[in-house]
Design a binder for this molecule. Structure first.
Ligand SMILES: CC(C)(COP(=O)(O)OP(=O)(O)OC[C@H]1O[C@@H](n2cnc3c(N)ncnc32)[C@H](O)[C@@H]1OP(=O)(O)O)[C@@H](O)C(=O)NCCC(=O)NCCS
Length: 162
């Protein structure tokens, strides 16, 4: 699989979710990670997976689900020891580029859901212009030691905007 070269030490490549290192990163990054079964289901032509390597080391990944002109960000994660270094921005910019044409016009609509308490991720999405379009109460399982399910914020970046 060919790599997209960003800075000299960064590479974004397709990845196979059945490879164990990606699920290890999933478990390290999320307070309530997906099950392994759910993670490896994100394979095949309807999913766009991208792993980000810095100096040859895996630092993060994104997984999008593609249907017609809609792209849903299913998962994005940067390993905790690499967070705060701009890698989330690199992963998200790649998704923005994927939904845009060469003039920066959005050709597809991007949707995602995020925990209401996930201020870092919400700030990242707002930084890229996503709008808050609704709530799904009780959508997420609790992150221990919390016991109550958590509300999802639904966000969108629409077509036709630069
Ligand atoms: C969300 C996540 C991917 C961001 O990755 P990251 O590499 O740490 O983010 P970056 O360093 O690229 O920062 C990008 C932007 O995110 C926001 N951000 C990142 N960390 C933040 C924090 N701790 N508090 C507030 N905003 C934060 C900021 O807007 C930042 O932009 P700025 O640097 O111009 O202020 C990362 O925190 C992560 O993997 N979290 C666990 C998994 C997760 O919650 N995924 C989202 C599921 S919907």
């Amino acid at each position: 699989m060919s790599a997209v070269c960003l800075k000299p030490d960064l590479a974004l490549v397709h990845f196979d979710p059945t490879e164990p290192e990606f699920y290890l990163l999933e478990c390290a990054a999320h307070g309530a990670p997906w099950s392994r079964a759910m993670f490896i289901q994100c394979s095949g032509r309807l999913y766009r997976t991208r792993a980000l390597y810095a100096a040859g080391q895996l630092v993060g990944f994104s997984i999008c689900y593609l249907v017609a002109d809609e792209v849903t960000l299913m998962n994005i994660a940067v390993h905790p020891k690499h967070q705060g270094n701009g890698y989330g921005r690199v992963l998200f910019q790649d998704i923005i580029d994927f939904i845009s044409d060469q003039h920066g016009q959005r050709q597809r609509t991007l949707f995602l859901e995020v925990r209401e308490s996930n201020h870092a991720a919400i700030a990242l999405y707002q930084r890229f212009g996503l709008s808050d379009i609704g709530r799904r109460p009780g959508y997420y399982p609790p992150i221990p030691p919390a016991t109550a399910n958590e509300t999802a914020v639904v966000m969108r970046l629409g077509q036709g905007h630069a």
